[in-house]
Design a protein around this ligand. Sequence first.
Ligand code: FCB
Length: 443
Amino acid sequence: MTSSGRHASAETGLGCYPPGPPEARHFPPGFLWGAATSSHQVDGNNKWSDWWEYEQSGRLPHVSGDACRHYELYEQDFDLARSWGHNAHRCSIEWSRIEPAEGMWNQDAVAHYRSVLRALLARGLEPVITLHHFTNPAWFTRAGGWLRQDSASVFARYVGFIAEQLGKDVRYWLTINEPTVYILQGYINGEWPPLLKASWIKAMIAFKNLARAHVLAYRRLHQVCRDAQVGFAHNAPVVMPCDAQRKRDRVAALVRDFLLNRAFFLLIGASFRNRERTARCLDYIGINYYTRAVIRSVGWGARALLGQACHLDHHSDRGEMSDTGWEVYPVGLRVALEKFSRFGLPLLVTENGIATDDETLRRDFIIRHLECLAEAREGGVNVIGYLYWSLMDNYEWTLGTAPHFGLAAVDPITHERRPRPCVEDFRRICLENCLRGYPPQLA
Ligand code: FCB
């Protein structure tokens, strides 16, 4: 049997492997391999957060409840990660647990996160710590949230506290997860707290405050922690016109790309051209990559300018669709990595994953994205790690628990973790630090 991708796909009926090179692709020593989670999605009973408050009052379609009970089961989960060959793990600190009322620090929560970090380090898992992953303390949102004039300094106060308490056990920090997605969902689409629809002015104020919060947090972390590496996790869709021959589509794609992939960087002061300036607000960039955004311009005015997402039905090159309706488009990871490498900073893939119950597709997804990551590296892009989303199935925000992104399934009653088959393939890649042709199942 051949190891060429084309033949492999014909033999397995996958029909989706690109013709891949049979040679081994090595990653550099110290490359970070692992998975990612966020506290509200896995911990359970995250009672002091705004999401919890909105869920409980029926303003969101699903409640998080016990989630995966990771708050209690983290040691067992980290045992799994370690046994799966991981050497890194991304998780978040829940601001609302640390500061359940304004200016009041919860020492039990601090002790919990100290144990979490120790548990990671004891298992040889490099912590990658997110300080804000979509949720806020309920008191913060009630008091105006990211529209508050002092929101950035209120956030930076929490970050400073965390840095002092936990800083010596963390090297990789992510200040904010996907600021653009957070603003879109919360202030434009009206789907996430604070549930505001088409509130463009408020969206701009909150966006600016998030950017300011990142910069202040960056400074605080560096004041306190000598070896800190500070970035944020950027959702990096590859934006393209639906019809490249159509000028309107090209313009709409450019506008979208600016809003989704450039605006936040400009607001924090990062620029392709000025590396000194960039180095004052970022040490590395977290890249969350899932799919491409194909944009079609319709109607007139602002609608035409922003365009809308094309459903791709008429695109003959459309990839497989995940259960969340996101197209599988691995080459986009290479394109995104190449694009963001222009800042001259290391890139860490902080999320990449698929919601599916088709385990062949999940495995295929991981391998094809890693092929593209390796290609980017071979072309000179400095990628320092890959973290799959997610360690286990979890509470996927307004979609509830239906999408299955996990390396492990989680029993809804017993919370037992059930590792999925791809864990073995990914394990081999992590341990060998190498993508060796195609894993045995397809060889
Ligand atoms: C990302 C989020 C993460 C999860 C995945 C599927 O945008 O950062 O929390 O919801 O999507």
